[in-house]
Design a protein around this ligand. Structure first.
Ligand code: APR
Length: 232
C-alpha cells in the first residue's frame, strides 16, 4: 500500500499489535486468567459480585503492561503519524499505553485505559494510581464515597466516544486494521461502514480475522513484520 497526499488513514488496532511486546491476546491465550474466563472478570456483573477480584485482575494486567515495551509495530504507527499529521487517526481496542509510549498522539482508546480509573457514581477520575496498587480496601471517591472502578469498557458496555470514531472513519480514504480477531462489536463493524463509503480496507495479522470477507486486502504476517513496510 502506498499512501498519496490525498489519503486519510484510519488505523484500528487490537491485542495482536501488543503480542510481540509480550502481552497476551484475549482469544489466543484461551481467554483464561487464573482459571476464570475473561468474560467472568471483565463485566459489570463480575464487578457487582466481587470487585476485589476485578481489581486484582486489572492490577495484574497493569503491571504486565507497565513492564512491556513498545515494539516495531507501535513505533511504525507513530512514524506514519509524523508523516501524515492530521490525516492520521488511531483507534485502539487496547487498554495498554504502548501506542503513546511509542509516540502516537492522535489516539483514542475505545475500550478504556488500564492506567485510569473513575468513580462508579459521579465518574470523577481517580488520580492516585499508587493507592489502588497497595490498598487493602478498595479505593473510594473522595467526593461521594462510591467505589472507584477501572476506566475500562467491560463486556456489555458501550465503547467510549463512538461519535468521534464514526466521524474520523467518515473522513478516511484508507482503513488499516491490525491484530484483532474481528469478534467484538462495534469495533469489528467499522470495516463494514468503511465498505459502504468505499474506503479501501486492509487487514494485517498472522491469520484472517472472523470478518475477513469485508476486507479488500488481507496481508498475513505479524504486526512487526508488516507495519514497518507501510512507513512512507
Ligand atoms: N501481530 C498481529 N496480530 C497478531 C499477532 C501479531 N504478532 N499475534 C496474534 N495476532 C492476532 C490474532 O491472530 C488475533 O486475530 O491478534 C488477534 C487477537 O485477537 P483477540 O485476542 O480477540 O483480541 P482483540 O480482537 O483485540 O479483542 C477485542 O475483546 O476481550 C475484549 O475488550 C477486549 O479489546 C478486547 C476485545
Amino acid at each position: 500500500m502506498r499512501l498519496t497526499e490525498q489519503d486519510h488513514l484510519f488505523v484500528l488496532t487490537g491485542a495482536g499489535i501488543s503480542a510481540e511486546s509480550g502481552l497476551a491476546t484475549f482469544r489466543g491465550s484461551g481467554g483464561l486468567w487464573n482459571g476464570y474466563r475473561v468474560e467472568q472478570v471483565a463485566t459489570p456483573e463480575a464487578w457487582a459480585a466481587d470487585p476485589a477480584l476485578v481489581w486484582h485482575f486489572y492490577s495484574q494486567r497493569r503491571r504486565n503492561a507497565s513492564s512491556a515495551q513498545p515494539n516495531a509495530a507501535h513505533l511504525a504507527l507513530a512514524k506514519i503519524e509524523q508523516h501524515l499529521g492530521d490525516r492520521f487517526y488511531l483507534c485502539t481496542q487496547n487498554v495498554d499505553e504502548l501506542h503513546e509510549r511509542a509516540g502516537s498522539q492522535r489516539i483514542h482508546h475505545m475500550h478504556g485505559n488500564l492506567f485510569q480509573s473513575r468513580c462508579t457514581r459521579c465518574n470523577q477520575p481517580f488520580p492516585d494510581t499508587a493507592l489502588y496498587e497497595t490498598a487493602t480496601t478498595l479505593p473510594q471517591c473522595d467526593r461521594c464515597q462510591a467505589p472507584i472502578r477501572p476506566h475500562i469498557v467491560w463486556f456489555g458496555e458501550i465503547p467510549l466516544d463512538m461519535d468521534t470514531i464514526y466521524r474520523k472513519l467518515n473522513e478516511a480514504t484508507v482503513l488499516v486494521v491490525v491484530g484483532t480477531s474481528g469478534s467484538v462489536y462495534p469495533a469489528a463493524g467499522l470495516v463494514h461502514i468503511a465498505n459502504q463509503q468505499r474506503t479501501h480496507t486492509i487487514y494485517l495479522g498472522p491469520e484472517a480475522p472472523l470478518n475477513h470477507e469485508a476486507f479488500d486486502e488481507i496481508l498475513l504476517g505479524t504486526a512487526t513484520e508488516l507495519l514497518p513496510t507501510l512507513v512512507p
